[in-house]
Design a protein around this ligand. Sequence first.
Ligand code: CTP
Length: 408
Amino acid sequence: MTHPHTDFIGFSGKRLQLGVTGSVSAFRAVDVMRRLQRADIQVGVTLTAAAQEFVRPLQFRSLTSGPVYEGLFDSNQAEYAHLEPAQNAHLFLIAPSTANTLAKHTGGIGDDLLSSQLFSFKGPIIHAPAMNPRIWTSLAVQSNVSKLKERGIGIVPPDTGLMACGETGEGRLAEVEEIFLYALKGLLPQELAGQRFLVNLGPTREYWDPVRVVTNDSSGTMGASIALAAWLHGAEVSVVRGPTPYLWLPRFLPTVDVTSAKEMHQACLDLAAGMDIICLTAAVCDYRPVAVQKNKAKKTSLGERITLELEQNPDILADIGRARKPSQYIIGFAAETDDILRHAQDKLHEKHLDLIVANSVTHPGSGFGTSTNQVHLISRCGRRESWPLLAKTEVAMRIIEWFLDHSA
Ligand code: CTP
């Protein structure tokens, strides 16, 4: 399953070699390949002999124009197949990767085509391990994983859950979407490495009795796209998330879940001082009910009218802006219905921001509940740009690029 906030595209020209090894989850390598192709990445494949017991090379050959390798001495393939990915691919991803393949890579054993190809490959290499939980947690495997990580090899942590063998534990192949995101990260320059990046996202909910609530339609897509775009560029990202029950977030984004604006305020302020970059995208409810009833409010008569008295919530962004360190870079969003640029400019100054990203929530295809956005950027030093209607993932990537180009 794909999501609007993971739908990063524009990797055309990038080539990836996908190693597939002998795990029962080998069939999911086809989904990994298809997911990469949706982002315009060209995929070549190397199957070990054990992998071919689970999946057929023809399956991959039918779906990719890239080379599909079956073995060291396969007569149908290039003479120097063991050197080929090193010359042509930008990234080597092994998914699923067995304990045996991890051990061979750690120890420098090249007794088949895949392990031989890894010898000469100088670009980034990522393993997505899959195995029984007792094998995954064994000393031998954990020691090999540590050694590979020390050498800068990427490891997509396996998932926890029910295994094909009936046991439950850590060892399942990670979700396709997570493997895909690790691969994208491997293809991008890590220009935000060492930077701590805070994103808040989604709506807040302000209850006035146990079942009734004041809220808005924010889906969290824009904020999740920014959190991922920052992570893809190497940042250490923390997320504070308002109630977005249908928003999938990968395990690698540490997330604090909150409900109300007050809780979001507290969670963001707790984290903000330790952050280098702060990007607040949440659609925080500006008001909350003054009185919260303990029990469900009952209707007293037919056609009655009631009045809900509201009081103001704290302004998270303004409070963070007020307490900011000069070294921090703060990005805010502005949701407007009219006079967008003037209102956004005012918020930029009033909340002490470096950059404000403004959109018209009434513009078709923009704002809440869409996968696209049309935004205007205004920076503290007076730079202005208006971008066309773009996928929110594209807006997120461009905001990160803007930061990299203009923050120094
Ligand atoms: N924001 C916030 N806390 C609030 C309200 C808004 O942190 N209580 C943040 C939003 O996350 C966004 C920016 O402030 O980054 C602007 O939010 P927006 O809703 O556009 O405007 P408001 O500041 O609420 O002002 P108004 O509703 O009057 O337009």
